[in-house]
Design a protein around this ligand. Structure first.
Ligand SMILES: [Zn+2]
Length: 174
């Protein structure tokens, strides 16, 4: 077993102590789908998380962002393929579609992961996003495993200091 595989297994065991269970709910934004069209995205997730027991999900707002990239003179030629791939994932009903003022992916993700704005990942989502701003923001929403792809390699971030503090509290309470 590779060094990184071991490291990631250990990390996910630490998240399991904080309430994560398989199948992991894998919530992703449109950018990671667009960036990995030439790769087997699910195989990357399975390898990184050392399990095939995964539930890939995308919110209504994030898939709508893909549809928005597929229209008009500046349409992204990769958008149609990304939509096809996104359709194979479970649609997370975020309930934002009816709003007159649509939410950005960032706003949508924050409201789905931390619905009460208390800095808690209530439903224990694993978040995969290429958006550095969003990952930075979610480091203080605990506990949240954060993933992204760089140069065709999937990265699972080390546990954030906020999540690590939550784990310490959890261990002390036993
Ligand atoms: Zn939404």
């Amino acid at each position: 077993m590779g060094k990184r595989t071991k490291q990631y297994k250990k990390l996910m065991r630490a998240f399991q102590l904080l309430g994560f269970r398989e199948p992991y709910q894998l919530l992703m934004t449109s950018d990671i789908i667009l960036d990995t069209l030439k790769l087997d995205l699910m195989a990357l997730f399975e390898k990184t998380l050392s399990t095939k027991n995964l539930k890939p999900m995308i919110t209504q707002c994030c898939i709508r962002a893909l549809y928005a990239k597929n229209v008009g003179p500046n349409r992204d030629p990769a958008a149609a393929a990304a939509i096809d791939r996104a359709k194979t994932f479970e649609r997370r009903r975020c309930g934002h579609l009816m709003d007159e003022d649509p939410l950005t992916e960032r706003e949508c993700m924050l409201s789905v992961v931390d619905p009460k704005g208390k800095g808690e990942n209530k439903f224990r989502y694993v978040v995969a996003t290429q958006d550095e701003w969003l990952r930075e923001r979610l480091r203080s929403v605990v506990p949240t495993p954060l993933m992204y792809v760089r140069r065709s390699v999937m990265i699972l971030e080390p546990m954030s200091s906020s999540s690590a503090r939550a784990r310490e509290r959890e261990e002390r309470s036993k």
